[in-house]
Design a protein around this ligand. Structure first.
Ligand code: PGA
Length: 264
């Protein structure tokens, strides 16, 4: 018998620096058709895509014109509202493009662009200020894992990211072990559950029990159609942040439709 999850699962596709705006239009159209053909119920499993900034206007136009039940967001946001910040994108601009979400603190931003926990916290505050739901990414590197175990670093990262937020914060958290991203070596469902449980405790501590109970915690790192079911069976894992596999329509649709092929 189908079990109703405590929170609406979210399957999110992080395109990273892939697909230009023309490719994005074709991709989103095909994804929507594929899910429609499969009678996907978007109220049961929410779907969001995170294209590059230059694609967002095209995706917005398509989603609005065809009334597609897809959510979308950006992969980063500036901590500032406007001004002399060459190359940065304000949350106000993303709101104008009707983005619902924005990814913040992805490990590639943290490692390749030197984003500290404090910068991540400022970006989370900026997203909320502009009515965007931040998808806050946390996760330990292989070295952290060896030195501190699995949960210590993501727990500390999340604590800093949430410091100073009001209790009404509408957020999503993504647990992405750095060693699992793009490596083909996903965490086990039990590992993801154990960390998600601790992250939920951090949310309860920082923002209260009610927010903790309704916040979705995603797992990310080498998610595929073949391993999604195991993660989704865990009570504290409420979806997935999918990188590589989100660029393949058949594979991404199959991840979104995990309930069908696993009988959940
Ligand atoms: P991956 O990436 O699914 O390709 O491992 C996940 C991510 O970076 O969000």
């Amino acid at each position: 018998m189908a079990v109703t999850p405590a929170r609406t699962p979210l399957i999110a596709g992080n395109w990273k620096m892939n697909l230009d705006h023309l490719q994005a239009i074709a991709f989103v159209q095909k994804l929507a058709w594929s899910l429609k053909d499969a009678d996907h119920d978007f109220a049961t499993v929410e779907v969001a895509v995170f294209p590059p900034f230059t694609d967002l206007r095209s995706v917005q136009t398509l989603v609005a014109a065809d009334k597609l039940p897809l959510a979308y967001g950006a992969q980063d946001v500036s901590e500032h509202d406007s001004g002399a910040y060459t190359g940065e994108i304000s949350g106000a601009f993303l709101s104008q493009l009707e983005c619902q979400y924005v990814i913040i603190g992805h490990s590639e931003r943290r490692t390749l662009h030197g984003e500290s926990d404090e910068v991540v916290a400022a970006k989370v505050a900026a997203a909320l200020k502009h009515n965007l739901v931040p998808v806050i990414c946390v996760g330990e590197s292989a070295e952290d894992l060896e030195l501190h175990g699995q949960a210590a670093v993501p727990v500390a990262q999340l604590r800093t990211a949430l410091a100073g937020l009001g209790s009404a914060a509408d957020i999503v958290v993504a647990y992405e072990p750095v060693w699992a991203i793009g490596s083909g070596q996903a965490a086990t469902p039990d590992q993801a559950e154990q960390v998600a449980l601790q992250l939920r405790a951090v949310i309860a501590d920082s923002l209260g029990q009610d927010v903790a109970a309704k916040t979705r915690i995603l797992y990310g790192g080498s998610v595929k159609s073949g391993n999604i079911a195991g993660f989704m069976r865990e009570p504290n894992v409420d979806g997935a942040l999918v990188g590589g596999a989100s660029l393949d329509i058949t594979e991404f649709s199959s991840i979104i439709r995990y309930q069908k092929h696993v009988g959940l």
